[in-house]
Write a protein that binds this ligand. Structure first.
Ligand code: 13P
Length: 250
């Protein structure tokens, strides 16, 4: 078995003003005064705070990531942001295909794959999100849905470049509900199998994060599940103390 260094990413979503950098400073303090973290730590703030997070996080090893990127490097796309711009602002990662983007902006697997390709082209590591809805799970289709999303959303370039997969069941996001540990193990195992089928040995080393109501109270047991190589944390990443507890659970 290849060992994979875990990664804990905080997705601030559309939350965060200048004063939120105080939380980042507190997280940096906790990370530099406590036991050194065993996980790679990434914060994905809103784009307005990205450069500040990248600059401020550097001294404590906190990496910065974007929450989305356009598939083009530049051009007439008012309001959009390119992977090149994120990299220029100091990002090393970018989330693509989050279910909120897939729903709110009708992003298809093809679009998500193009964004992941753009991210790789800009030197970023894409965090590619997949996950089923509650209706799909209830119908017994969770694994098939996720397998199809993986096939469509991960670019071939993942063979040579670092990508991260995040499994986020849509019904667990922001609801306080999580799948059972058995269900997490089953779907993460299925994701690993798909990655190995497609990318061979390389597929053994791709990180698979769990996301959806990960909290200080449940992080340890979820992070202990086989093929869970870290977490993508929403609400609980907004408070330094909670996020630090999750990082420390690795
Ligand atoms: P919550 O942790 O708030 O459920 O959000 C998960 C998520 O969507 C992270 O991308």
């Amino acid at each position: 078995m290849t060992t994979i260094s875990p990664l804990i990413a905080g997705n601030w979503k559309m939350n965060g003003l200048t004063h939120s950098l105080d939380e980042l400073a507190e997280l940096a303090r906790l990370l530099t005064t406590g036991a050194s973290p065993r996980a790679v730590v990434v914060i994905c703030p809103p784009a307005t705070l990205l450069a500040a997070v990248a600059a401020q996080g550097a001294s404590s090893g906190i990496l910065a990531g974007g929450q989305d990127c356009h598939m083009a490097a530049s051009g007439a796309h008012t309001g959009d942001i390119s992977a090149t711009m994120l990299a220029d602002a100091g990002a090393q990662y970018v989330i693509v295909g989050h279910s909120e983007r897939r729903t709110d902006h009708a992003e298809t697997d093809d679009i998500v794959r193009a964004k992941a390709e753009a991210a790789i082209g800009a030197g970023l590591k894409p965090i590619i999100c997949v996950g089923e809805t509650e209706a799909q799970r209830d119908a017994g289709h969770a694994e098939a849905v996720v397998s199809a999303q993986l096939a469509g959303s991960i670019p071939d370039a993942a063979e040579q470049h670092e990508v991260v997969v995040a499994y986020e069941p849509v019904w667990a996001i922001g609801t306080g509900r999580t799948p059972s540990l058995e269900d997490i193990a089953a779907i993460h195992g299925a994701i690993r199998a798909r990655l190995v089928e497609r990318f061979g040995e390389r597929g053994e080393t791709i990180r698979i994060l769990y996301g959806g109501s990960m909290k200080p109270q449940n992080a340890r047991e979820i992070l202990d599940v086989e093929n869970v190589n870290g977490g993508l944390v929403g609400g609980a990443s907004l408070l330094a103390k909670d996020f630090y507890t999750i990082i420390s659970a690795v």
